[in-house]
Design a protein around this ligand. Structure first.
Ligand SMILES: C[S@@+](CC[C@H](N)C(=O)[O-])C[C@H]1O[C@@H](n2cnc3c(N)ncnc32)[C@H](O)[C@@H]1O
Length: 293
């Protein structure tokens, strides 16, 4: 377990994942009935953009850093939420350690736990799982005293078997593994199918990297072979994925996407590409149906 998200927090891949996540949580909140969120690979919950990890890569400057000024309408909700979690410490979170400065317009970038927590209503519940000891400890400092957040420290794929279905029978499962092992695509496809077998009408969102096309094609094929229905893949490519050493794009796989997701995600991804893309050959947004409803 060498992966540390602090090097990448707020980069273009986080923007893709989190802008879509915020859209999905808003869609879930349209109905009054309570929902649960399970975040299987939660990370530390909040990232200090002045920390050595973030300053060493500077990845956030080419991601969220390019969205803060006058965000396009499709990204306005997500960006406003990110900013609100930086400046004003929400009641459920520890106060931000440093204030933003002119050179760093944002002091902290929220991870998926804080974004999810911010969009819970009083009747909703959040299950957060993180295996890494230090990351888990940081997450616990942020949210352990929160009554609506439940923390776990175990293998993320194990959670899909142990914690599903939620008693609410309604909700979102975010699967966001580090993809540092060569078999992660295969484990993710198997984990998703196992989670879906337990929570068939749940909304699943699985993030994946696009370095080269071959593993992504195999992953899509494995998902199709599992027999799950109503599956979409929404992807943003910054360039043609020909150099497997680079993160050339990323995607999310959705099972049971809500009504109008394709239109919402299309607008979000197009706005992200317009702001974050460098006009390289092969830059594109794709929303592909992998299995019919
Ligand atoms: C991509 S990061 C998660 C980022 C987070 N979901 C967000 O959007 O802010 C992946 C996380 O998975 C954790 N991790 C690695 N292996 C794990 C495992 N087997 N089970 C659960 N978490 C794991 C890593 O420590 C890391 O914090």
């Amino acid at each position: 377990m060498n992966y540390r998200h602090a090097y990448h927090a707020g980069n273009f891949a986080d923007c893709v994942k989190h802008a879509l996540l915020v859209w999905l949580l808003r869609a879930l909140a349209r109905k009054e009935a309570p929902f649960a969120v399970l975040d299987t690979h939660a990370g530390r919950g909040r990232y200090d953009l002045a920390a050595p990890e973030a300053t060493r890569t500077g990845e956030w400057r080419a991601g969220i850093g390019r969205l803060l000024d006058d965000p396009p309408p499709a990204l306005a909700d997500y960006v406003a939420l990110v900013q609100s979690l930086d400046h004003a410490a929400p009641s459920f979170a520890a106060p931000a350690a440093t204030a933003p400065t002119a050179s760093a317009p944002l002091a902290h970038y929220p991870g998926s736990p804080l974004l999810c927590r911010a969009l819970l209503r009083p009747q909703d519940r959040l299950m957060l799982n993180e295996l890494h000891a230090e990351e888990h400890a940081a997450l616990a400092r942020l949210l352990a005293r929160d009554r609506q957040a439940h923390l776990h420290r175990r293998d993320g794929y194990e959670c899909l078997r142990a914690l599903l279905p939620p008693p609410e029978r309604r909700g979102l499962v975010l699967i966001d593994p580090p993809f540092e092992q060569p078999d992660e695509f295969a484990r993710a496809a198997a984990g998703l199918a196992a989670g879906h077998a337990r929570f068939g009408h749940g909304l699943f969102m699985l993030w994946y990297p696009i370095k080269h096309r071959t593993p992504v094609r195999a992953f899509h094929a494995a998902v199709q072979e599992s027999g799950m229905r109503d599956v979409l893949a929404a992807e943003l490519a910054l360039r043609e994925p020909t150099d497997p050493a680079r993160l050339n794009g990323c995607g999310v796989l959705l099972v049971n996407p809500p009504y109008r997701f394709e239109a919402g995600a299309g607008a979000i991804l197009a706005a992200l590409l317009a702001r974050l893309g460098a006009g390289e050959k092969g830059a594109a947004v794709t929303i592909q149906r992998l299995a019919a409803e």
